[in-house]
Design a protein. Structure first.
Length: 141
């Protein structure tokens, strides 16, 4: 008794073609996913910097001491300090400050000047702005 061709299953060639197509689709999906993750890390880093600046501003007002937030170019680390308090903060992997900057808040929470901090990674950049009156805003890509 012999089986018909349609009941015999897949040929090796058919199996290789299907597995190749699956591999291509997975590679494209993985690449897009990595780009999405990098974009989300950048957005998170920008929001984190804005939040930490607001926290430094509030701590300055509460403790009635000067607070500084120090950024170093091409570094993912920055420092929040005031009085006896000092904290080393870190941005997500691959996210860095674009330039050196020192934001100083007076004991009343007023910044020393207007500042624009650019945060960047491989997908682009965004900004956190401290205006001269103390308002803190951010722009994500």
């Amino acid at each position: 008794m012999s089986r018909s061709r349609s009941a015999a299953g897949f040929t090796l060639l058919e199996l290789v073609v299907v597995l190749s197509l699956v591999a291509v689709v997975m590679a494209l999906s993985f690449s897009a996913w990595r780009g999405h993750i990098a974009q989300r890390q950048l957005q998170y880093g920008i929001v984190q910097v804005a939040t930490d600046l607001r926290e430094g501003q509030e701590r300055a007002k509460e403790a009635r001491v000067q607070y500084t937030v120090t950024f170093t170019a091409a570094s993912s680390a920055y420092v929040i300090a005031g009085g006896t308090f000092a904290e080393n903060a870190r941005l997500p992997d691959g996210v860095t400050a674009a330039a050196n900057d020192l934001v100083t808040f007076s004991a009343f929470g007023q910044p020393d000047a207007a500042h624009t901090i650019t945060i960047q990674n491989s997908t682009g950049n965004g900004t956190v702005t401290v205006n001269a009156t103390g308002g803190i805003n951010y722009q994500t890509p």
